[in-house]
Design a binder for this molecule. Structure first.
Ligand SMILES: [Zn+2]
Length: 323
């Protein structure tokens, strides 16, 4: 097989005819013919070898050395021999080269689709123009819409969590196959009814991991009553943190008082020069630092009795507090 034939969209069913460069448009113009011996009627699927006529399809193709490429593909119309078929004449399909009625080869459409998926409609259109494979925003969006999404099996272990469509304003629900680590679906809201409906139409989920929020627990219970509901580690820690914080808040006054009391009873520092001969604290003479600390503690106690807050006392005495 020569190089030019090899570069055609599917050399198995196309035959290279001619090639030249249009000096005005700087475009490579290539002509080729379809070589498959017969064609299937798209309606009754019966093969036919009776050629009715020929015509030429113009297909954009991937760049050749930075030049846009246009392929003039000669295809044929066939007559359907099935007398019961309503289609008397049909155009042959070349599914490995281009979709029916498409004006670009499959491989160019795949490239433009990948660009659209990566950069979006507007950005993809600008990138396509820079790469000399012009595609408008609408075309890129159409290519994305035609994307074949593979069928997924119902996950055994399903993760359910909030999904921010617009953070702080609008939320949906994201469903994840936790064994495969793949997103399974996205629900437009986070109501129990939506989750229940999804689970009822996707039976087989055995374990549901969620944040133990009421809505998801309710939806899971109604939609998959036999599934085991669990909480994931992140949400367990988050719930624990919230519970501890709430408990500490409820006892804020007592904690503040205990801290003040603790600072008044702070034991003097033990200076150990020899662990075997250390002097007991009760007989040790206070140092200058001990006296200063004692004075600060007494001042703190006095201010606390006057109604000062811990933060105000700490600021007044030149301390920083972590409370
Ligand atoms: Zn037919």
């Amino acid at each position: 097989m020569d190089l030019l034939s090899y570069l055609l969209p599917d050399p198995e069913v196309t035959l290279f005819d001619n090639i030249f460069v249009d000096s005005v448009s700087k475009m490579v113009i290539c002509t080729a013919s379809v070589t498959q011996p017969l064609a299937l009627c798209p309606l009754c699927r019966q093969p036919s070898m009776r050629i009715h006529s020929r015509y030429r399809r113009t297909l954009g193709d991937l760049l050749w050395a930075g030049l846009s490429v246009q392929i003039g593909l000669h295809v044929r119309r066939f007559q359907c021999d099935n007398t019961d078929c309503q289609r008397k004449i049909f155009c042959e399909r070349v599914p490995t080269v281009a979709a029916p009625w498409a004006r670009r080869t499959l491989r160019l459409a795949n490239a433009q689709q990948a660009i659209g998926l990566t950069t979006g409609g507007a950005g993809g259109s600008r990138l396509c123009a820079a790469l000399a494979m012009n595609a408008g925003i609408d075309l890129l969006l159409d290519l994305i819409r035609t994307l074949q999404i593979p069928e997924r099996t119902t996950p055994r272990v399903l993760g359910v969590d909030d999904w921010a469509k617009r953070k702080g304003h609008s939320y949906g629900t994201i469903l994840v196959d936790l064994e495969q680590g793949e997103v399974v679906d996205v629900l437009l809201d986070r109501t129990p009814e939506s989750l229940q409906q999804w689970l009822m139409t996707h039976p087989g989920v055995e374990i549901i991991s969620q944040d133990r929020a009421g809505a998801y627990a309710e939806g899971a219970r109604l939609g998959a009553p036999n599934a085991v509901q669990v909480a994931d580690r992140w949400h367990l820690l988050k719930n624990l943190t919230n519970a501890v914080y709430k408990a500490l808040q409820q006892h804020h006054t007592e904690i503040e008082g205990a801290l003040i009391q603790g600072s008044l009873q702070e034991p003097p520092r033990i200076q150990e020069t020899d662990t075997h001969l250390s002097v007991p604290p009760d007989v040790q003479q206070p140092t200058e630092a001990d006296r200063a600390r004692q004075q600060r503690a007494e001042e703190a106690h006095r201010l606390h009795a006057l109604g000062w807050t811990t933060m105000a006392i700490a600021t007044h005495l030149g301390h920083r507090t972590s409370l």
